[in-house]
Ligand binder design. Structure first.
Ligand code: SF4
Length: 697
């Protein structure tokens, strides 16, 4: 059996073999006595226990990923947790990427230097921890984790995790990649399996060919893998498929997957991974595509030729407008600011050579007619490799010189609320357009009054699929209003004539290949014995973690609720709406009666008493088992007790006793979805305690 290194950069990081993967997947298929989808083949080839139950939508899979990637925002805690297990070295190839903490303010060079200054203690800690525990470290300036995974680590038929929801970007190279939480990342670093409910699978059959303005980008559904196939795949580039995988996260898909295509082979060869391409082509014929007759839980057909560009928003990528209906939608919504104040392109979603060269072709058209964008154009390349390639080929110059755009650092920046604008003050209503993947309130500039539109995801007429394009954003920077339809409308020229864009054209691949860049890469160390962790004892951001106490053996009694959340929230509850008062990040301190932010109240000490334990009630999921009437009985200002913990086990209901404000008590039965392993974590006080104990055996 021939094997290949799963990362050419890291020859000691493990090998892979398609014959081996096929043997494992075939064995499961024979047991199930049915043809397999591509998603199933990859999942089943990575099962920790191949004999386990395999019911889509109900079985819990225990999977062994081949790789893990973390970004700097959650790697800090994840590494501190890993350190607390005393395991000497990660047990799975792992990389850390410093992309989320770089503020977009004055342009690439200045912003990068400022980030190094402001985050010095974080970067020093991450770098030293990576050295000590055998982890690859990508320094500030290297780029965004998903782009680097695509350039360096993704391979067809592989299975990996990343501590970020857009990890399925790796689907562009046929890799099944799932976004997980930081704690799950710690589990797999410690050698434990990754547990997930067996996803259902949506089959999307593509036909036709993409038009000039539209291009590949997609959608799916919660707890499903979206699996693509069909003749239309041949008109999609590997990088275009990566964007589709990336955007799948916006519709809650667990992941997306594509069978091996010629374009994947071309990209692998261009990025120094010819060996993997060769193996996929000679050994992966059965494993890298679904079986004939494989069944899907849902099936969708799309003719790529029918797609029209969309602009979605404001405030949610679900609010979809085709480019031809956007102007009318703006008329119907008088509160939307109609003038655009900025246009942003790039990020991990839209940083392919094809994306940039196509967008540059529009700028060249406009420049030839004497036009420049009317609003600031900000360009955020996904990695140093793509930035350097665009610079070498003169493409970057088109954006910065011809269009007067600002080059931002190779980082998340404006995509993750780290955009410090000088042109708009907080609270000032304005509209922006970007080719990023998210546009929630404050997502770009932290200003809740910024109406952010993304172009797209475009939602296909069936409401089942997104398609997406960077070029729309660039073209709209010349119209500078959401009434401008670059496909149909003309712009006035000083000479009295008018100008209209023709469809963009670009190159899928750089003719001279990619400008490979390892300037910001620190490989995993093999001999870490002498490495000292760098933790500043005065740090307010980093400190070693002491283990939690094991469960004391008693039911939880009269625990006070910190907040009952209304709607969805992220980022450690800072954006959570309190269902009691409708306010964001505003809860009552029960000890004082005063209101404060959620973190400040959670950390309050009164005398020597810390408010503990803390109970957070999440929004009721419509798919959950607790009846709405019971859920509504739980107040954000009450207390609850939990009974039945002594017999806590999978499938065994618990009892919640609600203590109302007037002192009344009532009991309701509740279900839980803890697996046996998770129950064990609870009993031990944390997953870390279990992992640490296992490491000692
Ligand atoms: Fe997430 Fe945006 Fe960064 Fe991509 S660029 S990893 S979507 S924050």
């Amino acid at each position: 059996m021939s094997r290949f290194s799963i990362a050419s950069l890291e020859p000691d990081g493990g090998t892979e073999c398609y014959a081996d993967l096929e043997r494992k997947a075939r064995a499961v298929g024979e047991r199930l006595r049915r043809p397999l989808t591509l998603s199933e083949k990859i999942l089943y080839a990575h099962l920790a226990h191949p004999e386990q139950d395999l019911e889509r939508g109900s079985s819990h899979l225990a999977l062994l990923p081949k790789r893990l990637a973390l970004h700097d925002a959650n790697a800090q805690l994840a590494l501190l947790q890993f350190i607390s297990t005393s395991i000497p070295r990660v047990r799975i190839p792992t990389s850390v990427h410093t992309d989320h903490l770089i503020t977009a303010r004055n342009g690439a060079a200045a912003d990068l230097e400022e980030a190094k200054r402001v985050n010095e203690e974080v970067y020093k800690f991450l770098q030293s921890a990576c050295d000590k525990y055998g982890i690859a470290y990508w320094k500030p300036g290297a780029g965004i984790l998903h782009q680097i995974i695509f350039e360096q680590y993704a391979y067809p038929g592989g299975f990996m995790l990343g501590t970020d929801s857009h990890t399925p970007n790796a689907a562009g190279l046929g890799m099944l990649a799932i976004g997980c939480g930081g704690m799950e990342g710690v589990d797999v670093m410690a050698g434990a399996a990754y547990e997930i409910k067996h996803p259902k699978i949506i089959g999307v059959e593509l036909s036709g060919k993409l038009g000039g303005w539209t291009s590949a980008k997609v959608k799916g559904a919660t707890d499903h893998i979206i699996e693509y196939y069909g003749a239309g795949l041949s008109s999609l580039s590997a990088t275009g498929m990566a964007t589709i995988g990336n955007m799948g996260a916006e519709v809650g898909a667990t992941s997306s997957i594509f069978p091996y295509t010629r374009s994947m082979g071309e990209y692998l060869r261009l990025t120094g991974r010819e060996g993997i391409a060769r193996e996929a082509e000679t050994e992966g014929e059965w494993y890298l595509r679904s079986d004939k007759g494989a069944s899907y839980d849902r099936h969708i057909q799309i003719d790529l030729s029918d797609l029209e560009p969309h602009v979605n928003g404001p405030f949610t990528p679900d609010l979809s407008h085709s480019i031809s209906t956007l102007s009318a939608a703006a008329e119907e919504n008088p509160s939307w600011p109609k003038e655009l104040s900025a246009a942003l392109i790039g990020s991990c979603t839209n940083s392919s050579y094809e994306d940039f060269t196509r967008a540059a072709s529009l700028i060249k058209q406009a420049s030839a007619a004497g036009l420049v964008p009317k609003i600031p154009l900000l360009v955020a390349p996904g990695s140093e490799e793509i930035r350097a390639t665009l610079e070498r080929d003169g493409v970057l110059d088109v954006f910065t010189h011809d269009a007067g755009g600002t080059l931002l650092a190779n980082a998340c920046g404006a995509c993750v609320g780290q955009w410090e604008r000088a042109d708009v003050v907080k609270g000032q209503r304005n509209s922006i357009i970007s080719s990023f993947n998210r546009n929630f309130v404050g997502r770009q500039d932290g200003n809740s009054a910024t109406h952010s539109f993304v172009s797209s995801p475009e939602i296909y007429a069936s409401k089942d699929v997104f398609f997406f394009r960077q070029q729309v954003v660039v073209a709209m920077s010349y119209g500078a209003t959401i009434h401008f339809n670059p496909l149909m409308d003309s712009l006035p020229l000083p000479n009295g004539r008018t100008f209209r864009f023709t469809p963009p054209a670009g190159n899928i691949w750089p003719k001279q290949g990619y400008q490979r860049s390892l300037e910001f890469y620190q490989p995993p160390k093999n001999d870490e014995a002498d490495v000292q962790l760098e933790i500043d004892p005065r740090s307010e951001r980093i400190q070693l973690i002491a283990p939690f106490e094991p469960w004391g053996g008693e039911d939880a009694q009269e625990v006070e609720t910190l907040i009952k959340v209304k709607g969805k929230c992220k980022n450690l509850l800072i954006g959570a709406i309190n269902s009691e008062n409708g306010k964001v990040n505003c809860v009552m301190n029960r000890l004082t009666g005063a209101y404060g932010t959620i973190p400040s109240v959670a950390n309050t000490t009164e005398g020597k008493r810390l408010i503990s334990p803390i109970l957070v009630i999440a929004e009721r999921d419509v798919a959950c088992d607790i009846p709405a009437a019971d859920y509504d009985k739980i107040s954000g200002m009450g207390m609850i007790s939990v009974h039945g913990l002594k017999t806590f086990a999978p499938g065994c209901d618990l009892q919640v006793e609600i203590v109302h404000k007037d002192g009344r008590r009532e009991r309701i039965p509740v279900r839980h979805n803890f697996t046996a392993r998770q129950v064990n974590y609870f009993m031990a006080g944390s997953a870390l305690n279990v992992l640490a104990a296992d490491a000692d055996k």
